[in-house]
Ligand binder design. Structure first.
Ligand SMILES: Cc1ncc(COP(=O)(O)O)c(C=O)c1O
Length: 392
């Protein structure tokens, strides 16, 4: 049996010429063949063998007509969440959706009316803002607080001020948080739910990064707590098992009326999910890949530790945000005193592509995001280049 050890992940997988946004998109944009892509949030590892086998099985059918998405798909998801996160989900709560961002948009439109506010906690994943604005809703910002070590926390008093008086009718939470790397504690999750309950807001919780939580932290799903408020959880196998190109995710909601509104919303927009390949891959990922995922988490934790140690040594002025979850390192480069364009152009001149902190809102000025979901040799080479570009 294949072992998902260091050597397996060190080997990576060739991605140039696979129509990958991260690799081929970067090449099309920059024309730089030497550039290392440390940006878009997918990983440079092969997906689990069981996913490959499931896809090969569908390919071997030689016919791909209309496909049923049913109980087995929802059961696989619920089984995974029970096993990995100790959450009991009912299969009837699951709506299949193409992408998590689709789910965010659908949830916003079903939970709020045009002109109403939706609270977000910047700096946060850019499409949060767009999914609110594009729907004709208002973005209500409650910035995360940050301590001297660079660890972020929720500003619950500020959130309450903004929710009071109905300024926001929904809260969009990123849990775990991209790009701030936080795993929200049970207390924090309970506090947010209590605020939503008090002010009648719906909690929309994007849990796409839930499976990338490093010990001793534990993911506390919005669905793991008593239903104090209306809640929607968005999740996917896409990041976890590196199958984002298959475009399959789920919307989980235990409020029947809200779920029906979301289903109607998708129907009215002609959004259908669940193609034959995506469903088979997702079922296999949720049922037969725990050993692969455990191996991946060990490897990523070592990548994180190696990156943190290297950056502390070579770029002490850069504050590395503590990474409790995700494979996305949020680097505070403000002490270097560089304008954002120069920060990015220096890194690009060293042949490394990172995410611009401003993608996560104005509070990302002076920051870059580095994807460490790649073989260690690639990560260390990118770090050496960044240290050369930003060092004294
Ligand atoms: C918090 C968060 N939500 C959603 C997505 C995108 O998910 P999808 O490709 O399923 O829309 C990402 C991708 O980076 C993300 O970080």
């Amino acid at each position: 049996m294949e072992r998902f050890d260091r050597a397996y992940f060190d080997a990576g997988v060739p991605r140039v010429g696979t129509d990958s946004v991260k690799w081929d998109g970067m090449l099309a944009e920059t024309g730089d063949r030497d550039m290392l892509p440390m940006w878009v949030a997918d990983m440079d590892f092969p997906s689990p063998p069981a996913v490959y086998d499931a896809l090969a099985g569908v390919l071997a059918r030689r016919t791909w007509g209309y496909t049923i998405s049913g109980e087995a798909d929802a059961q696989a998801l619920c089984g995974f969440w029970a096993r990995r996160h100790g959450v009991t989900l009912d299969p009837s709560w699951v709506l299949q959706s193409p992408c998590v961002v689709t789910g965010l948009r659908v949830a916003v439109q079903a939970a709020t009316e045009p002109g109403e506010g939706v609270l977000v906690q910047p700096p946060v994943y850019g499409p949060f803002f767009a999914s609110i604005k594009d729907a004709g809703r208002r973005v209500v910002e409650s910035p995360l607080a940050r301590d001297a070590r660079g660890r972020y926390s929720m500003d619950l008093a500020d959130m309450e001020n903004r929710l009071r008086g109905g300024q926001a009718r929904a809260v969009m939470l990123c849990s775990p948080h991209n790009p701030c790397g936080r795993v929200w504690s049970r207390d924090e999750m309970q506090a947010v739910m209590a605020l939503c309950a008090r002010y009648g807001a719906t909690l929309i919780c994007d849990e796409i990064h839930a499976d990338f939580v490093y010990a001793p932290n534990r993911h506390v799903s919005v669905m793991a707590l008593p239903a104090a408020c209306k809640r929607v959880m968005l999740c996917a196998a896409s990041k976890t098992f590196n199958v984002a190109g298959l475009e399959q995710s789920a919307i989980v909601c235990d409020d029947e009326a809200l779920r029906a509104r979301m289903a109607a919303q998708m129907n009215a927009s002609g959004v259908k999910a669940g193609n034959a390949f995506a469903l088979a891959a997702t079922r296999a990922a949720y049922t037969g890949c725990d050993a692969w995922l455990d191996g991946l988490l060990c490897y990523l934790a070592e990548n994180r530790d190696a990156a943190v140690a290297f950056l502390r040594e070579t770029l002490p002025a850069v504050v590395v945000t503590p990474l409790e979850a995700t494979y996305l390192l949020w680097l505070d480069c403000r002490a270097l005193g560089l304008p954002q364009e120069e920060l990015l152009s220096r890194v690009a001149a060293a042949h490394v592509k990172v995410n611009d902190g401003l993608f996560f809102g104005e509070l990302g000025r002076g920051f870059i995001r580095l994807n460490i979901g790649c073989p260690r040799a690639q990560l260390m080479e990118a770090l050496r280049r960044i240290a050369g570009a930003l060092g004294a």
